[in-house]
Design a protein around this ligand. Sequence first.
Ligand code: TRP
Length: 463
Amino acid sequence: MALGKDESRHGMWSSRWLFVLAAAGSAVGLGNIWKFPYVAGENGGGAFVIIYLVCVALVGLPIMMAETLMGREGRHSPINTMRILSQEGRASGFWGVIGWMGVGAGFLILSYYGVIAGWALYYIFEMARGTFDAVTPETAGQVFDDFLANPWLMLLCQTVFMWLTIYIVGRGVIKGLETAIRLFMPLLFVLLLVLLGYGINSGGFQQGLDFMFRFNWSSIDADAWLIAMGQAFFTLSLGMGAIMAYGAYVPRDASITSTVATIAILDTFVAVAAGLAIFPVVFANGLEPGQGPGLMFVTLPLAFGQLPLGAVFGVVFFVLVSFAAITSAISLTEPALAYLVEEYNAKRARVAKSLGVLCWLLGIGTVLSFNAWQDVKFFGLTFFEAVDFVSQNIMLPLGGLLIALFTAYVMPKAIAQSQLGATDGPLWWLWKLLIGLIAPLGVLVVFIVTLFPCAQTLSCFGA
Ligand code: TRP
């Protein structure tokens, strides 16, 4: 294939909009619909939602711009892009760690992502069977508990999901994604609006609103900041090179700033809408907002059970969640796949299969952590919680920190300016302030306080 000077060998998005759709497809996933509501619930709601939004705006957005522009400059997999950019900036090979750690984080995340997405697949089936027609809160909880207690069934669902992902990925992101995204993203939005309407009429809307937006500082500690920061990275698919890999396929004439802002707004909208759809139902039925990972799988079926044509909506909803999960899972594999294709000239479909099988194997640990290994703890966390914590709360922010520092201090100014279409002026300095100071400092402070809790009260400094 003859390549233009400014193109990727893996293909190119046919327009700026396709990048918006693909990146939004990556960003919008289980993180928004499943994770955000339960994490917000576990961390007391209101104040958590606010600090999460702060993290998205001040840390997530600049880092997403940085990843996109790095990818478009390097036009390769994140590992090779980092090599190319380091040479351009006459910097050491150390920065390659961004690419490598990203591949590792993507692998860890996908291992459990496939399991949870399998739950959504299973719920398509339960919805279709009418299990939740006029269901009581107790029964809805019971159905979920029974499912979690059955490792074989969960393994089957995880296997189906991983198989689908690998099949699409093997065909290439661009070919594999285009149709799926064009159709399903808009449908997902419409359905969320319907659910939101239901939430508004459920009788618990005021309580739900209060819960999500009431500002209560006392529930905010260093841990909450760490989790909010991790969630911001996770939901925007940042810190592991997914967006960098997608950025490599962005046409040169697209504006990075407005494109990235669109993606972040879409993603935030979906997360907040999911919360506003779920919490009113939680309160209207006297359920517990902090119930953890089961939130979406107990409350939403309950809501569908009361809706006219609920089973139909329910099936459609879980189909869409599964699709949202697939478009996210695809992006988790892209950095590793693109690298293997570049390095070994390997066939995409073949490497996709090997990677998929390894990920599937690791995922079995997550499957078992909900039943047979429930009591096996690493530092007080189950296997699933430990993999989740290390990847989301440590590796992603660390990757993001390095990405910010690299863009701000290593990348030659001329390159950054030409990628952003910027010239010296107030906007450029605002960008420098965000990417060079606020974003890295934010991540760093959160890290230090987590690793050294005494820093919170300054007691380690003798204060
Ligand atoms: N953002 C996705 C979600 O919210 C998950 C995801 C896809 C992801 N790619 C990623 C998370 C890369 C971190 C890094 O469900």
